[in-house]
Design a protein around this ligand. Sequence first.
Ligand SMILES: *[C@@H]1O[C@H](CO)[C@@H](O)[C@H](O)[C@H]1NC(C)=O
Ligand SMILES: *[C@@H]1O[C@H](CO)[C@@H](O)[C@H](O)[C@H]1NC(C)=O
Length: 237
Amino acid sequence: NFLKSLNMHEKGLTTAAVCVYPTWMCDAVKALKASGCTITVASMATGFPAGQTHLKTRLEEIRLAVEDGATEIDVVINRTLVLTGQWEALYDEMRQFRKARGEAHLKTILATGELGSLTNVYKASMIAMMAGSDFIKTSTGKETVNATFPVAIVMLRAIRDFFWKTGNKVGFKPAGGIRSAKDSLAWLSLVKEGLGDEWLTPELFQIGASTLVLDIERQIYHHVTGRYAAYHDLPMS
Ligand SMILES: *[C@@H]1O[C@H](CO)[C@@H](O)[C@H](O)[C@H]1NC(C)=O
Ligand SMILES: *[C@@H]1O[C@H](CO)[C@@H](O)[C@H](O)[C@H]1NC(C)=O
C-alpha cells in the first residue's frame, strides 16, 4: 500500500540481494521461490567473517554454495597477505576463488578496517579487481572499524582507475554501520561524484543494509502518513 501511494508499486522495487550463511542457502532459495520473489541469494563463503580456514575448505565452501543455488558469492581476503605485502599470493588466492565460483558473481570483502593503511586498501582493491571480482565491498560488518568515507574514496578511485585502464566496470558496496536513510544518501552522492550516474544501479552499487532497511521503511511510512511507525509495526524489525 505504501508503494502504491508513492506510485512505485509497479517498479519491482526490491533489495538487490539477501545474503545468508552457506548452511542457509537451500532454505533461502526455497523460501524465496515459494513466495514468488526473484531476489538474488548471495552466500558468504571462505570462512566468513575472519577467513581463517584452510584454502581447500574455503574453495569447497564456494563450490557448495553455488551448488545450493547462490548466484552471488561473498568472499573475504586473507588480511595477512595484505599486511605483509604478499600481493602475488593474494592475487593467486583470488584467482582460485574466481575459478571456484563458476557462473556466480564474485564479491570481494576487503575488511578495510583491518588493512592498516589507505595504500593497502588501494592495492588490495586493485588486486581483487584484477583477479576478476565483480564487486568490491568495504567490510564484513564484524570488524571493529566499518565502512568509512576515506576508505570509500580510495576504493572508488581504484574502481575508476581500473575502468580507465581496462574498460571493465566493477561494483562498489559499502557495508557495516550504515544505519539511517540519511547515511545512505551520503553514500549515494559519494558514488555519484566519484564514478558518475552510470554506477547508480543495483549491478554496480549496493549498500549493506541489514539495519538500514528498517530506517528506510520508517522514513517511507513517515512520508506517506506524516507519522513515524513504531519499530514493532514494521515487518523487518
Ligand atoms: C594467510 O596468509 C598468511 C601469510 O602467508 C598465512 O600464513 C596464513 O596461513 C593465511 N591464512 C589462511 C587462512 O590461509
Ligand atoms: C559495524 O557494523 C555492524 C553491522 O552493522 C554493527 O553491528 C557494528 O556496531 C558496527 N561497528 C562500529 C564500530 O560501528
